[in-house]
Design a protein around this ligand. Structure first.
Ligand code: GDP
Length: 214
C-alpha cells in the first residue's frame, strides 16, 4: 500500500457562526454510508458531533476520495478561527443556517479567507439545515444571489437529513487544483480519523463510509 504522504492532500477549513452545522456536515460526510435520511443515522451523527465538540485535541478529520481520474485526500479542519489554519488551506467552506438570517452575514469569514489566501482558494457558501422547512428565513435564491455577489460557489445542504453532503464534497473535489503526486495507488485504508484522545475507540467503532464512490 502506498504511504498516505504520496497522495495529493488538500486542507479544507469550515467557517461560519456557531451552531450553523459545520461539525455536523463534517461528521455526516465522514461517517455516513449513504445520503438518504434515516432517523437512526441522524441520531448517530448528532452523537458523534457532540463527541467531537466535547473532545479536546481533535483539530481535523481526514478522508480519501476516489475520483474518476485521481485520488485526493481531504483534511477537514474545524475550530479553524486561527489565521494560520486558514493560511495554508485550499478550500474554505463557509456555512450559514437557512433558518437564521443573521448567520447569512458571512462577509467577515470571506474577508478573513481572502486576506489570508487572496484568490488562491476555493470558497463555497453552504446554506445548511434545509430540513427546517417551516423555520426557513433565507430562500435558496437569496443564498445564490449572495454567493454570486461574493463570487463563490453555492450549495444548500442538510447535515441532519444527509441532503447534498456528498454533492458538496464532489463539487469541491472537482474544482481542486491538480497537484503532481508520486503515486495515485488506491489505498484500502479509506478513512483516517485523527483523534488524540481515549474517545478514539468510540469514534472508530461507528460505521464508516467506505470512501466516496465518485
Ligand atoms: P457548529 O457549531 O457549526 O459546528 O454546529 P453543529 O454541527 O454543532 O450543529 C449545531 C446544532 O445544529 C446541533 O444541535 C445539530 O444537531 C444541529 N444541526 C446541524 N445540522 C443540522 C441540519 O442540517 N438540520 C437541523 N435541523 N439541525 C442541524
Amino acid at each position: 500500500m502506498a504511504p498516505v504522504s504520496t497522495l495529493a492532500k488538500y486542507k479544507l477549513v469550515f467557517l461560519g457562526d456557531q451552531s450553523v452545522g459545520k461539525t455536523s456536515i463534517i461528521t455526516r460526510f465522514m461517517y455516513d454510508k449513504n445520503e438518504y435520511f434515516d432517523a437512526s443515522s441522524s441520531h448517530v451523527i448528532e452523537g458523534l458531533t457532540n463527541l467531537i465538540h466535547a473532545t479536546i485535541g481533535i483539530d481535523f478529520l481526514s478522508k480519501t476520495m476516489y475520483l474518476e481520474d485521481r485520488t485526493v485526500r481531504l483534511q477537514l479542519w474545524f475550530r479553524s478561527l486561527i489565521p494560520s489554519y486558514i493560511r495554508d488551506s485550499s478550500v474554505a467552506v463557509i456555512v450559514y443556517d437557512v433558518a437564521s438570517r443573521q448567520s447569512l452575514n458571512t462577509s467577515k469569514w470571506i474577508e478573513k479567507v481572502r486576506t489570508e489566501r487572496g484568490s488562491d482558494v476555493i470558497i463555497v457558501l453552504v446554506g445548511n439545515k434545509t430540513d427546517l422547512v417551516e423555520k426557513r428565513q433565507v430562500s435558496i435564491e437569496e443564498g445564490e444571489a449572495k454567493a454570486c455577489d461574493l463570487n463563490v460557489m453555492f450549495i444548500e445542504t442538510s447535515a441532519k437529513a444527509g441532503f447534498n453532503i456528498k454533492a458538496l464534497f464532489r463539487k469541491i473535489a472537482a474544482d481542486l487544483p491538480r497537484i503532481e503526486t508520486l503515486s495515485s495507488t488506491k489505498q484500502e485504508d479509506m478513512v483516517d480519523v485523527n483523534l488524540k484522545s481515549s474517545n478514539a475507540a468510540a469514534m472508530q467503532s461507528q460505521p464508516q463510509s467506505g470512501g466516496c464512490a465518485c
